[in-house]
Design a protein around this ligand. Structure first.
Ligand code: F6R
Length: 609
């Protein structure tokens, strides 16, 4: 994982780099470092721990200079320590490297380089890149990086600075993100545009196996053979304020509150305001191609996988196409049944999750058409798919995904309705009902967010309980799994999501007075069955919180507490149910952990296996 930043321009590099690293801290936060070049000398600073440790030591005695590189680390090779923190240097200290990814052949390269006299000072895979570049360096950094990149196996985004070339930074990438930012007499290289959004929105996305050389006023792209490419810049429509906390205690809370806006933006232009039509040009599929699909495979990890579970229910019900959902880390190794009549739907907030990307490649290799649902313009998933539908959630900074999830659901509903229309598997009155209900979701989400005092009270009561079980039936199985994941990842409490019909097959044995069950009991065809499940838990002295509709009077006779959500179509209800579950995990976590935006052991984007 890890976040990297490079800067060349008119300002003090240390300050721009630290500010950029703060935006990337979601990618890793066990150590950090930066290096600044000035008057022929490179000054390297490192610190174990969160970025603020580095920041306070650098601020006491900042390194002068207008060109530098920085890194925030999530350890893969070598424990968090000053020696293993980046930047890494070659033997002479003249070449400095920051890296995101894993160099898989680093042991072979290391022994070859050691045999040639190179001295290593860290346990990392990254350091081989610095020494390999040193081997090839003859006064042309871009050429040395290019020759080194050819020999590296695995994944990397590198930013390299050479003492003898103060006018440029050189980057290279394979399977790890790298973006160039073009400002006024200043340029940036970073893992994510969030690092430099405050300075510029003009970006160049660097493709795999390209080397990029940036100066204050120029950018040059080369392939690994040294052929030069024209770098085409695009303007991203995120602004810096979107990546700030905006008065909220945590990014996660801010992002939960952004959901009405994010849902509206994701619907805009796709569901017509007359509510009579859905247009999805991003799908990039002709009507004939849609009619030819005989199977859909969804590829995703974590929260995005939970969105795919809801997507399966929606697509199978509306389109009558069999849908298979699988976590990408399983799909990539199990030889799935995919052919040229399969549509692969790849769901990834970052668009860079390595298992998801490999799953996408595997699906395409077997002949499938692939459509990406992603939040990041120009991400790998977007570029490698045949079609792309962006969730317009804006930057998601908190590690725990919230607004990306509900906007992924929104796109899956739009896809299901669109395909159903084309294939004629839905009658117009049902389609019209669903379109109208979709349109209402952002306002209904606002109603939940206007008053969730019940959730805050419940969090205060239950934050020291031993475990949470989330149970649901039908499409809200996705909500149960997602609610449990949120609780685990930020509150560090054991939580499980279960199909309620499975309770008697095992989980009910867990129920005791210290165990909380959250039952998703919104109006549905299985509502009465969920009431029975709640009775069974109560009969064993378990505490029950129900998520139920606003006007449901019955539920108070069953559950100890009720989180209310407005009523919508059962198929669409996971969007609304997600919100109190996100808030519950957030408020339980507030009572237990200071690290809500950056939970222990996690990173936002999993770019290594
Ligand atoms: C959980 C969470 C993760 C991600 C997963 C996939 O809150 O954020 O489970 O959903 O790592 O990430 P993307 O969507 O970027 O592929």
């Amino acid at each position: 994982m890890c976040g990297i930043v490079g800067y060349i321009g008119r300002n003090e590099a240390w300050s721009v780099i630290l500010e950029g690293l703060k935006r990337l801290e979601y990618r890793g936060y066990d150590s950090a470092g930066l290096a600044v070049l000035n008057n022929g000398t490179i000054d390297v600073r490192k610190a174990v721990g969160k970025l603020k440790v580095l920041e306070s030591s650098v601020k006491d005695n900042p390194p002068a200079g207008c060109i530098g590189v920085g890194h925030t680390r999530w350890a893969t090779h070598g424990r968090p320590s000053d020696e293993n923190a980046h930047p890494h240097t070659d033997c002479s200290g003249r070449i400095t490297v920051v890296h995101n990814g894993i160099i898989e052949n680093y042991l072979q390269l290391k022994s070859r380089l050691e045999a040639r006299g190179h001295k290593f000072t860290s346990e990392t895979d990254t350091e081989v890149a610095a020494h390999l570049i040193e081997e090839y360096y003859d006064g042309d950094l871009a050429s040395a990086v290019r020759r080194a990149a050819k020999e590296l196996e695995g994944s990397f985004a590198l930013v390299v600075m050479a003492q003898d070339e103060p006018g440029c930074l050189v980057g290279a990438r394979r399977h790890s993100p790298l973006v160039v930012g073009l400002g006024e007499e200043e340029s940036f290289l970073a893992s994510d545009v969030a690092a430099f959004l405050k300075h510029t929105r003009r970006v160049v996305f660097v493709d795999d196996d390209l080397v990029v050389s940036v100066g204050k006023n120029n950018v040059r792209l080369f392939d690994l053979q040294g052929n030069e490419f024209v770098a085409s810049a695009t303007t991203v429509d995120w602004d810096a304020a979107m990546a700030e906390r905006g008065g909220y205690d945590h990014f996660m809370l801010k992002e939960i509150h952004e959901q009405p806006r994010a849902l509206r933006d994701t619907m805009r232009g796709r569901l017509s305001s007359e509510l009579d039509r859905i247009d999805l040009p991003g799908l990039n599929l002709s009507d004939d191609e849609i009619r030819n699909i005989n199977r859909i495979v969804m590829i995703a990890c974590g929260t995005a996988y939970h969105a795919s579970i809801a997507g399966k229910y929606a697509i199978e019900e509306l389109c009558r196409i069999p849908v298979e959902v699988d976590v990408a880390s399983e799909l990539r190794y199990r030889d799935p049944v995919i052919d040229d009549r399969t549509l692969a739907i790849v769901i990834s907030q970052s668009g860079e999750t390595i298992d998801t990307i490999v799953g996408l490649r595997e699906a395409k290799r077997k002949g499938a058409k692939a459509v990406a649902i992603t939040n990041v313009v120009g991400s790998l998933a977007a570029r490698e798919s045949d079609g792309v539908l962006y969730t317009y959630a804006g930057p998601e900074i908190a590690v725990a995904s919230t607004k990306a999830y509900t906007t992924q659901l929104m796109l899956l509903y739009l896809i299901a309705l669109y395909i159903a229309q084309v294939r004629g598997t839905i009658d117009e009155s049902r389609a019209a009902t669903l379109r109208a209900a979709l349109w209402e979701l952002p306002s209904q989400a606002e109603i939940i967010l206007n008053d969730y005092s019940e959730v805050v009270k419940a969090a205060e009561r239950y934050y020291c309980f031993n475990g949470f079980l989330y149970m649901a039936r039908g499409i809200n199985l996705a909500s149960a799994l997602e609610g449990a994941l949120k609780m685990k990842e930020i509150a560090y409490i054991h939580a499980e999501g279960y199909a309620a019909g499975e309770m008697k097959h095992g989980p009910i044995a867990m129920i005791d007075p210290t165990f909380v069950t959250i039952a998703i009991a919104v109006q549905s065809k299985t509502y009465d069955k969920i009431l029975n499940n709640i009775k069974e838990v109560k009969a064993r002295s378990g505490e029950v919180i129900a998520v139920a509709n606003t006007h449901d009077e019955t539920i108070v006779n069953y559950a100890d507490r009720v989180f209310r959500v407005p009523q919508t179509e059962e198929l669409l209800s996971p969007v609304l149910v997600a919100i109190p579950l996100q808030l519950m995990a957030y408020h339980v976590a507030c009572n237990r952990s200071p690290n809500i935006d950056q939970p222990r052991n996690l990173a936002k984007t999993v770019t290594v296996e």
